[in-house]
Design a protein. Structure first.
Length: 470
């Protein structure tokens, strides 16, 4: 077999391949055997039809077509390996010559990963939010914890903000009560914003037995998005009573003995959360700067596939789970279809560029992923998916997605290499060190790196070698 590679552009090549006919022998034998098993000829047992009879009855052309389809993937793969090409997606194959007993010639055009020059990123500087936790932040966290331990007691007075009311609801559209527009015994906390717009104003001031009517846009059900006339009747009013803000509350709500210890722990938790947010912000901004400095050509077909994948995932998975279609989603977002398409294209381009440049860094820095790193990443992915680690791991293995997870971890490590080399300052002008192994920010930075890479490029199209057919 002979092969030659012609570069059509930075992301596409044409392979020209010539195969001597004797190298098709195995595929020809396989073709005759396959046809033998599929057809019946009077006077011959099935599977025992001579090759010359198959040629006479069904044509030599049918045998050659079957043999070529069987042989093409092997010769294409050999040519790809010989040319040391990193191919993406499906090749476009054209058989240029097929001489029975002499020669098979064909071409295969295919996208390839572009050669990328990693820019000098040592001069990158980014600014991130400072990790500042105020007394007010701590107060708010403690108050939210108090709210979770609040009790309710029935009262005989008008409902007020913060009260828990038991209500019956009836929704009408165009004067007709909806089949799914009636609900009884609903518990609702005034001011929580968890039900319909306008309900807080309607029930405030009502006592048990009182009712009011208001107009609101329905957020779900058969008449979702339509304006409905809603009648609400209050059947009970209960006041929420918060526990006292003292040591007894600390012992009730936590493992601490005093309120001061509880507040100190709340501050520590808030600082940890802000450190994670800071690390994520640093990773995102460093990545943006790296992408701005690098020139990364994108194969047109890969970009088209990526855009279609993102649209499909949004329409058929995310929106489907929320009971929305694309038109309703765009209406809620206040976007035109053109704006949505432009945004999706921009996100797809960023995802592909991120994958290309970080993969190049992985190769350049010779980064490897060990079992512990993969397990930690799997645990984080499982948590974000709402699945148990065992369930997520089983789904990953069954779906053949382990290489994908390994790639995500490796890219996260590549991004960490860049972050270690650049200057990160917070809004107070202080240098932020995300590389100190003894600092709690190190773990946050690792998790943030995984999260940034996963979110940016997780919808990328498969970059697998294809099996061409004639």
């Amino acid at each position: 077999m002979k092969s030659a590679v012609e570069t059509l552009n930075p992301t596409r090549v044409r392979l020209s391949i010539e195969v001597p006919f004797e190298e098709l022998k195995d595929s020809l034998d396989a073709a005759y055997k396959k046809i033998n098993e599929q057809v019946t000829v009077k006077g011959f047992r099935k599977g025992k039809i001579p090759n010359r009879v198959i040629d006479q009855r069904f044509g030599r052309g049918a045998v050659l077509e079957e043999a070529v389809n069987d042989a093409l993937p092997k010769f294409y793969t050999e040519a790809v390996n010989e040319g040391e090409l990193n191919v993406l997606g499906q090749p476009e194959v054209d058989i240029t010559e097929l001489k029975d007993g002499e020669l098979l010639s064909f071409t295969a055009e295919v996208d390839v990963r572009p050669e990328i020059e990693i820019p000098d990123y040592s001069g990158i500087e980014v600014e991130v939010d400072a990790v500042d936790v105020s007394d007010e932040d701590v107060d708010k966290a403690v108050e939210e914890l108090r709210g979770r331990f609040a009790s309710t007691n029935p009262v005989e007075r008008a409902a007020a903000d913060g009260d828990v009311v038991t209500i019956d609801l009836e929704a009408k559209v165009d004067g007709e009560v909806l089949e799914d527009g009636v609900a009884e015994g609903v518990s609702y906390t005034i001011g929580s914003g968890e039900l319909l717009d306008g309900i807080d104003e309607a029930v405030t001031g009502l006592e048990a037995g009182g009712e009011a009517t208001f107009t609101s846009e329905l957020k779900g059900g058969s008449a979702e998005g339509k304006a409905a006339e809603v009648t609400v009747k209050v059947t009970a009013v209960a006041a929420r009573e918060l526990p006292g803000l003292d040591d007894d509350f600390a012992q009730l709500a936590s493992e601490f003995d005093t309120l001061d210890e509880l507040r100190a722990d709340s501050r520590k938790r808030l600082e940890s959360t802000k450190q994670y947010e800071q690390a994520t912000q640093a990773q995102e901004r460093v990545l943006d700067e790296l992408l701005r400095l690098a020139e990364v050509p994108i194969p047109e077909k890969l970009l088209e596939d990526e855009i279609n994948t993102r649209k499909h995932n949004l329409e058929h998975h995310q929106l489907g789970q929320m009971g929305l279609d694309l038109a309703k989603y765009l209406e809620i977002q206040g976007k035109t279809e053109e704006e949505f398409t432009a945004e999706t294209k921009e996100q797809a381009e960023k995802g592909i560029k991120t994958q290309f440049i970080l993969d190049e860094l992985v190769n350049k820095e010779k980064l490897n992923v060990n079992q512990e790193e993969l397990t930690e990443h799997l645990m984080r992915r499982a948590q974000s998916s709402g699945m148990s680690p065992d369930q997520f791991a089983q789904a990953v293995v069954e779906g053949g997605q382990v290489p994908m997870l390994v790639g995500e971890v490796a890219r996260g490590k590549a991004l960490a290499v860049v972050v270690e080399a650049v200057k990160v300052k917070d809004t107070n002008g202080e240098v932020v060190d995300l590389t100190d192994d003894e600092d709690e920010t190190a773990e946050a930075a690792d998790a943030a790196g995984d999260a940034v890479v996963t979110e940016t490029a997780e919808a990328s199209a498969d970059e697998t070698e294809a099996k061409p057919e004639a």
